[in-house]
Design a protein around this ligand. Structure first.
Ligand code: DLL
Length: 433
């Protein structure tokens, strides 16, 4: 076992005691330094000294993305600028971005989180890791980069874009692992095919480290079969660090949360009550030892579940379900709740469907129009209208079987829909708000 993985196996009672100890430090620290947090605690009638057990955390107020936006740029920064070494920012859904300043200690914890994920996926110092996440304000590039270096990998910092050159470098340097969004990997794979490059035959690629956007197990299977690699899931968010908050070990269908640094809770997003392990709800994180911009009970909007029981890999860190939905990406169409991931699962059941689709919503005075544009693989995109109509019906049946609605299915030819270098935008909602 690589020494970086040691905390993954910490005895649970030690872990809980450590979490409490860290909370008893970070909560008073935040209370003393961040006026918004102090005011909210005072309003709730709760004081840092009330934190005697882990359960007491539930008495403290939540933080949300809007707090970061309202307090932009530095209102939630707890450390003096002297101690800050890095800023990362992420766009909010509207208007101003959010800004997360980090100390050197924060960056170290984050890099450790990514390195622990990479070690768990089976990477070692012998691997050559191509980082094709965007570098810059987005945490994907630098996060994967520092994590890779921490493990001792040779990092190739291509960033996103310039796809043909990426494929050339991958071949020439013998890259064994790539970190990028799953949608960008699919774009890389199509470009490689056009260049006559077969990942299995012409590269040494074995691992893909994918995250930053939801991707179903069906897309995962597709990626693995196209490229002959193992597709690993990595999760994280700017507010809590970046990638490497959690990752999947390959033994269970979920992600181990590095809860010695990032304390997870699941809440009911309506009542805000903490739910027991095993129940699905909104994922909430407290950063236990990040001192630049600590987040206390940060509401991620991601829907997940903390699994009960121990994973057979032996890690003691709790497993969260893969993120299939965000509470804010649920679409309501004709009064029915629909998640894009359900549509993706339906589409991927049809072998002739390529992993590229777009959901388009528009409205007339009285009606929502619900269309799914679906790319078809080259071999199936024939001129024969009858064949295509039969395929369209099969696609519709696969989607309808899951969501219970009848969207308009439009089949389009290979390479028609927009590709992305970063996070893909699958839903175009032109309905009147
Ligand atoms: O996306 C950090 C990251 C970079 C994670 C690279 C993994 C790899 P943000 O831009 O702040 O940070 O977006 C965070 O992206 O709340 C989830 O909704 C979504 N997300 C991140 N990882 C996954 C994943 C980065 N593995 C938001 N599966 C999160 C599903 C994910 N959704």
């Amino acid at each position: 076992m690589h020494p970086i993985s040691k905390p993954d196996y910490m005895p649970v009672d030690e872990l809980r005691a450590m979490q409490l100890r860290k909370l008893q430090k970070i909560i008073p620290y935040e209370y003393e330094r961040v006026p918004l947090f102090r005011r909210r605690c005072d309003e709730k009638g709760v004081h840092p000294r009330d934190l005697a057990t882990l359960k007491d955390l539930a008495r403290f107020p939540f933080m949300k993305k809007t707090d970061l936006r309202d307090e932009y740029p530095l209102g939630l920064t707890a450390a003096p600028m002297h101690d800050i070494v890095r800023f990362h920012c992420s766009s909010g859904t509207t208007g101003k971005p959010i800004c997360i300043p980090s100390t050197q200690g924060d960056i170290d914890i984050w890099s450790e989180g990514v390195a622990r994920c990479l070690a768990m996926y089976g990477l070692t110092a012998d691997d050559i890791l191509q980082v094709s996440y965007g570098y810059g304000l987005f945490t994907g590039g630098l996060g994967a980069h520092y994590g890779g270096e921490k493990l001792g990998c040779a990092v190739l910092p291509t960033g996103a874009g310039n796809t043909e050159k990426q494929i050339m470098l991958m071949q020439d340097l013998g890259v064994t692992a790539i970190a990028c969004t799953p949608s960008y990997f699919l774009h890389l794979a199509t470009t490689a095919e056009k260049m006559g490059v077969d990942f299995r035959r012409d590269t040494k690629l074995r691992h893909g480290i994918f995250g930053a956007e939801p991707w179903t197990n069906e897309i995962r299977a597709k990626i693995e079969s196209i490229a002959g690699i193992t597709a690993h899931d990595i999760y994280g968010l700017t507010e809590i660090a970046g990638p490497g908050v959690a990752g999947n070990c390959g033994r269970c269908n979920g992600l181990h949360v590095w809860e010695d640094h990032f304390y997870p809770e699941i809440i009911d997003p309506d009542t805000l009550e903490v739910l027991p392990d095993g129940e699905q709800g909104e994922l909430v994180f407290t950063t236990l030892d990040r001192f630049g911009t600590p987040m206390i009970r940060y509401r991620t909007r991601d829907i997940s579940r903390l699994q009960t029981g121990r994973c057979e890999c032996g890690r003691t860190m709790r497993v969260m379900d893969r993120i299939s939905a965000r509470s804010d990406d649920m679409l309501i169409v004709h009064g029915v709740n629909v998640f894009p991931s359900q549509i993706e699962t339906g589409l991927m059941k049809v072998p002739e469907v390529a992993p590229h689709y777009q959901i388009v919503l528009s409205s007339t005075d009285t009606l929502d129009l619900f269309e799914i544009k679906v790319e078809v693989v080259a071999e199936a995109f024939s001129d024969n209208i009858r064949d295509l109509e039969a395929l369209r019906r099969r696609v519709l049946a696969a989607v309808k079987g899951i969501i219970g609605l009848t969207p308009k299915i439009t089949l389009v030819g290979p390479g028609t829909l927009p590709r992305s270098e970063g996070k893909i935008k699958r839903v175009i909602d032109n309905r009147r708000k």
